[in-house]
Design a protein around this ligand. Structure first.
Ligand code: PLP
Length: 376
């Protein structure tokens, strides 16, 4: 008798899985400083909690399509309600875009490294992931190499702006070169709310029918556990997302939380300030230690510790001795000493600085040290 797994769609066998063990560990050990996940350390405001509590009283009803919120989101960036698709975090929209654009064997063009969920969800649709390394000199998008990697099978291009984990922005002119190909292109702006002074690329959606932007309330807005993200695109793309997605994909609680958090601009400003102030402290502290932090533009800082001869995993293990969890990385351009940190609460950040001093404070341990040069 054949095994049930023989009936699975063939491409599932080789599909990738997002590793969430780290979340299980963090929830089971609340004393761990969870600086590895790009979460917001500040809990939702009373306004958000009250809105969610209130809507629970109507939890016997199915939600409608919540046009009011779609309207508000659209208006906030110069679009109509029909240009907005709302989902359970931008992760759901990442999944949607793969199901909209890919059939098995189609290619998704990505930079490497970037947020890993894109490749993982592409693989679940049988997509072939074509990764183009960031430039070795500055870890900036290599647009020429990305254009060279396009084939007739390329059905989707992904640009994370600012990129996770490097924090680097793509030049608009470079992004336009990718959009000029006419290939559907996702511009992920998950972290842009940390830098309201940096213009969003969302106006490009009006100019390029193949452009769409992805946004989340998990980061600066801080409701990762409540799950809300949205996509801005032309009506054809929004309709395609509607086709692949379930009706009632969002619970009343997601919707109420999203609406309340978007209105609470004061709390947003406070959370952004907490993050950006700590980034300045981290930048100085880590630079003084001889580490090379990248200039952060979100709630994460990529740190080049390659001069110290420790691998990412070794740094993680040493930091965990103080219950400080950092994010590890596979080698980038053959260098294994990169890690990433997100500011936590004040106490967690102070602990993190002490931990970094303990690990990297011994100047003799530094090999071939060169001066830090990332902040222009
Ligand atoms: C670039 C990027 N996009 C999307 C997401 C997913 O966020 P969400 O919580 O909205 O699913 C993340 C999460 O870390 C991210 O880094």
């Amino acid at each position: 008798m054949s095994k049930t797994s023989d009936y699975f769609v063939p491409w599932l066998k080789d599909s990738l899985i997002y590793d969430v063990d780290v979340l299980d560990t963090a929830w089971a050990n609340p004393d761990i400083a969870r600086l590895m996940l790009n979460e917001n350390p500040i809990p939702p405001s009373e306004k958000v909690i009250n809105a969610v509590t209130e809507i629970c009283k109507r939890g016997n009803h199915y939600p409608d399509r919540w046009w009011g919120l779609r309207e508000k989101i659209g208006k906030s960036c110069g679009f109509g309600a029909k240009n907005v698709f709302m989902a359970n975090g931008s992760s759901e929209n990442i999944d949607n875009m793969m199901r909209v654009f890919l059939q098995p064997g189609d290619e998704v063009l990505l930079a490497s490294p970037t947020f890993t969920l894109f490749r993982i969800r592409a693989s679940v649709c049988g997509g072939k992931i074509v990764e183009v390394p960031l430039r070795e000199s500055d870890l900036q998008y290599d647009t020429d190499a990305m254009l060279d990697a396009i084939t007739p099978k390329t059905k989707l291009i992904v640009v994370v702006n600012p990129n996770n984990p490097t924090g680097i922005f793509i030049e608009e002119s470079e992004l336009r070169r990718l959009l000029d190909t006419g290939i559907p292109t996702c511009i992920d702006e998950a972290y842009l709310a940390y830098h309201p002074e940096v213009p969003s690329m969302v106006p490009l959606v009006k100019e390029y029918p193949n452009a769409f932007t992805s946004h989340t309330l998990s980061k600066a807005h801080g409701i990762a556990g409540m799950r809300f993200g949205y996509m801005i695109g032309n009506e054809d793309i929004v309709e395609a997302f509607e086709r692949v997605s379930l009706p009632w994909n969002l619970s009343l609680m997601n919707l109420a939380a999203a609406e309340a958090v978007m209105e609470d601009t004061e709390h947003l400003a406070l959370k952004v300030k907490h993050n950006n102030d700590w980034m300045k402290v981290f930048y100085k502290e880590f630079t003084d230690l001889g580490l090379k932090p990248f200039e952060p533009h979100g709630n994460y800082m990529l740190i080049d510790a390659n001069d110290f001869g420790l691998t990412s995993q070794e740094i993680y293990d040493k930091a965990m001795e103080d219950k400080v969890a950092v994010k590890t990385f596979e080698p980038i351009h053959g260098k294994a000493g990169y890690f990433r940190i997100t500011p936590g609460t004040n106490e967690e950040n102070e602990r993190c600085i002490k931990t970094m001093r303990r690990i990297f404070g011994d100047k003799d341990a530094r090999q071939n040290s060169t001066p830090p040069n990332r902040l222009a």
